[in-house]
Write a protein that binds this ligand. Structure first.
Ligand code: HEC
Ligand code: HEC
Ligand code: HEC
Ligand code: HEC
Length: 339
């Protein structure tokens, strides 16, 4: 073989191999044989992620005896039914989950704990109610695993994975015209050219996600599918986000011969359907109404608050914290407190 073609071959090998991951790679079947429903995992990546997804040990239980917090303190609006011991345990835990560096002073004027002078305390009170609501009414998604502040915050003031409406991006003086919300590689769309904000239409607004029809020939039959290719790209962008957030492929939920068919999908697709509705409720009923509380420095380019998507809780895992049963140690977060 001539030297030149040898070098060419070697270069080709380098290019091919660098696009692959080093074996061993593990394949797990998720559907019937022959349907191609399987997940491909790299055990080394999994091991690394497992370390990042450890739930902290729950705080030692506190006695339910003694006077209630509502009797002892002045301004307890949500957790008044706890004993003083349980209330202090709760405060210690949320400090560890949300503000471990700053401590109690992150939410309190420590000269007067009853005061609501810091916005963080007002936000935290609403977040307690939000967490209770998720655990009580979204069991269709979170099951008995449930969530705590730690599921999203993981020791950070603001969860690491949130979304805000991106600033408008347009080509200026260009024949290329309108970007149409796409063609810029962002993490949201899995670094593809797909629309880069799938969250506003689907996780805040409730635009239709389904694009498949039962009949071809749009415009001919009155039942025909009217969804455009453009619409489909928005759906795909959301799907890229969902796959990426959970660290899975499309076949974790779909049989790709018929993306729309629920009969051929895995139960995880149903769980996800509820997850989409749950994320919308969290954003619209709890987080967006807090907008006026936040200082301007916390708001996005369009003045909106940081909101929740699938990765806020999941952070790359098929279940947040790999399904660690952490929430059950905090019964006060399991049901919505009576006013
Ligand atoms: C992430 C925010 C946050 C942190 C951090 C925090 N708290 Fe609180 N704290 C609250 C909220 C919210 C309330 C009101 C709860 C309610 O309305 O049910 C509260 C209420 C209290 C009260 C009742 C005061 C009264 O008289 O009404 C005390 C006491 C208290 N916290 C102590 C602490 C202590 C001690 C720490 C640190 C170990 C701490 N908190 C850390 C958010 C926080
Ligand atoms: C489903 C995810 C989720 C859960 C669960 C959650 N939070 Fe949050 N939290 C958020 C998001 C998103 C923001 C960011 C809002 C923003 O900055 O615009 C936030 C912001 C906050 C802030 C304001 C921080 C700052 O510096 O601006 C506090 C305080 C807070 N959360 C406390 C809590 C407490 C306490 C709990 C548990 C009772 C909790 N959160 C549970 C998603 C969550
Ligand atoms: C974690 C589960 C999950 C994963 C992973 C997932 N999907 Fe979906 N997909 C859904 C759910 C749920 C719906 C229906 C959403 C709704 O109706 O609200 C859906 C809907 C769709 C639709 C529209 C079907 C119709 O009825 O018109 C298409 C197309 C689709 N997904 C493609 C994909 C592609 C491509 C991938 C991989 C990049 C993917 N999905 C990954 C859960 C998933
Ligand atoms: C508030 C936190 C939270 C958010 C936001 C969230 N999830 Fe989940 N999700 C959970 C919890 C907790 C579980 C574990 C439930 C269990 O143990 O069965 C879970 C489980 C799942 C499962 C089941 C996994 C399996 O193999 O059984 C799927 C699929 C899933 N979520 C998809 C999504 C999608 C898609 C989104 C975004 C649209 C989303 N989740 C948003 C908390 C969340």
């Amino acid at each position: 073989m001539k030297l030149f073609s040898k070098i060419a071959l070697m270069l080709a090998a380098v290019v091919t191999l660098s696009a692959c991951e080093r074996p061993p790679i593990v394949t797990v079947q998720t559907g019937y044989r022959g349907t191609g429903m399987e997940q491909v995992y790299n055990p080394r990546t999994l091991a690394k992620e497992a370390a990042l997804n450890q739930a902290p040990a729950p705080a030692p239980e506190a006695s339910p005896d003694g006077p209630k917090a509502s009797l002892v303190y002045q301004n307890v609006q949500v957790l008044g039914d706890l004993s003083v011991g349980q209330f202090v345990r709760h405060m210690t835990s949320i400090t560890e989950w949300v503000a471990p560096k700053e401590g109690c002073a992150y939410c309190h004027n420590v000269q007067n704990f009853a005061e609501d002078s810091k916005y963080t305390k007002i936000v935290a009170r609403r977040m307690i109610q939000m967490t209770q609501k998720v655990n009580q009414d979204w069991k269709t998604h979170v099951a008995d695993t449930g969530v705590t502040c730690y599921t999203c915050h993981r020791g950070n003031n603001i969860p690491q994975q949130v979304w805000m409406a991106p600033k408008d991006r347009k080509y200026v003086n260009s024949l290329l015209g309108d970007l149409a919300g796409q063609n810029i590689a962002t993490k949201a769309a899995g670094l593809s050219s797909l629309p880069f904000d799938p969250f506003t239409p689907y996780l805040k607004d409730a635009l239709p996600i389904r694009v498949n029809g039962n009949e071809a020939m749009a415009g001919v039959s009155s039942n025909a599918n009217r969804a455009s290719l453009k619409q489909t790209e928005w759906t795909y962008s959301l799907m890229m986000h969902m796959s990426d957030s959970l660290g899975v492929n499309c076949t974790y939920c779909h049989n790709t011969r018929a993306f729309q068919s629920w009969e051929e999908s895995r139960p995880q697709r149903v769980t996800s359907w509820y997850g989409i509705r749950m994320a919308r409720e969290i954003n619209n009923d709890y987080i967006v109404p807090l907008t006026d509380q936040f200082p301007a420095s916390r708001l996005g380019p369009k003045g909106d608050v940081a909101k929740v998507n699938c990765s806020t809780c999941h952070q790359g895992a098929f279940k947040p914290l790999y399904g660690a049963q952490m929430a059950k140690h905090y019964p006060e977060l399991q049901t919505v407190s009576k006013p």
